[in-house]
Design a protein around this ligand. Structure first.
Ligand SMILES: [Zn+2]
Length: 253
């Protein structure tokens, strides 16, 4: 079985289309969508495209979906109590505006579907064994760790899972490292990557292939993002924070 992991798409439909074209030629059997499909510049059409895929597709939520679900609930209750952060603190107005706009795009028809997405998915993949897919860490959608975070700080999160591989995302930076006996792969971001422009996505099979779209980056992501001026690195370290958080496990408060 070959499983493609599509993480942190962030409403970037052109990047998704480019990757789906590559997937058609990559003999993929199943897809895992790893959260943070939204928010982003083309949220409704991106979600609809994923829901219409003709391959078995598993969805998990990211902090982006939790924030939008909270915003949706707020349209009924009059107050928003959770914004995709661990504390529920209100983000800056520019971010709240993105949440409101995204909610208006998706509510009401897509809300029940988003609310059903689980926190994690486990698949048994020939040659790898049990693979657990989560958004950031298995316990939390917003905490940040990277390939440089000290192993001893991460061991308590990963060792008790008793799985061969954990796939994560959220920081939009691909890596592949060992934490104790667990191989931990960050899928990278399909729609809002750090580093070189491109749509990053791995395939999990007997081996793990880390891939970027064969389409030139100019064909998608950056043009869309810059034109709409709506997509910001709201779910992870931004470029200024990256050095600061690269070696630490950070609980977002
Ligand atoms: Zn995220």
């Amino acid at each position: 079985m070959r499983v493609a992991a599509l993480y942190d798409i962030h409403g970037n439909l052109p990047a998704l289309e480019a990757v789906l074209e590559d997937i058609r030629g990559a003999d993929v059997d199943q897809i895992v969508v790893g959260g943070d499909v939204v928010p982003g510049p083309i949220p409704r059409e991106t979600l609809r495209r994923l829901l219409d895929l003709d391959l078995p597709t598993h969805f998990i939520h990211g902090n982006g979906e939790l924030a939008i679900l909270a915003q949706m609930a707020g349209t009924r209750t009059g107050s928003v109590t959770y914004w995709g952060t661990t504390s529920g603190a209100r983000p800056p107005e520019s971010i709240v505006e993105i949440y409101r706009w995204t909610t208006a795009q998706l509510q009401p028809e897509l809300e029940p579907m988003l609310a059903r997405w689980p926190k994690t998915v486990r698949l048994d993949i020939d040659g790898l064994g049990q693979v657990l897919f989560c958004h950031s860490t298995p316990r939390n959608e917003t905490e940040v760790f990277t390939r440089l975070t000290a192993e001893h700080r991460l061991m308590p999160l990963f060792e008790p899972l008793q799985v061969a591989v954990v796939v994560c995302g959220h920081t939009n930076m691909q890596f592949d490292r060992m934490i104790g006996r667990t191989r931990v792969v960050n899928a990278g971001s399909l729609g809002m990557p750090f580093g070189e422009p491109g749509a990053y996505w791995p395939i999990f099979s007997f081996a793990i292939h880390r891939t970027t779209s064969s389409k030139p980056p100019s064909a998608f992501a950056l043009a869309v993002i810059r034109k709409l001026k709506i997509l910001q690195p709201i779910t992870s370290c931004n470029r200024h924070q990256r050095n600061k958080c690269s070696r630490r496990l950070v609980r977002r408060n």
